[in-house]
Design a protein around this ligand. Sequence first.
Ligand code: IDP
Ligand code: MG
Length: 137
Amino acid sequence: MSQRTLVLLKPDAVRRGLIGEIIGRIEKKADWRISALEMRRLDRSLLEQHYGEHVGKPFYEPLVEFMSSGPVVALVVEGERVIEGLRTLSGPTDPIAAAPGSIRGDFGTIVRENLIHASDSAESAERELKLFFPTVG
Ligand code: IDP
Ligand code: MG
């Protein structure tokens, strides 16, 4: 089942020089492909839409501060079961709980600065792709 998902390399990944490392892992998965890619800064209103489910939670404000603290790299990745696959490649939200071999498990220590976002379901992917890449398909 070919799918599309939204990936964000968060500001910590960009600051730490991990763009190539992380994109390399995505590219090496057989038959997945990157169909759009852009480096950009995210403003508060886009982040509020993107993280709508978290508005009002204690970690929301610091999350928005962090996500707008520097550029991110936004990608559309296409391929077989890519939504689930990118979540597996990323690892769980808490990098200390994430297994070595996953992006968060290999490079992260704190929950907020966990390097990567990947859409969590087909519904989220559709909504997030429209938000970040309104002109792509
Ligand atoms: P996800 O990115 O694994 O889907 P979500 O629960 O959707 O995780 O949370 C969105 C983002 O908010 C996380 O990736 C992380 O950066 C941040 N976050 C989530 N929970 C916490 C927390 O308890 N403390 C600090 N930051 C958090
Ligand atoms: Mg999420």
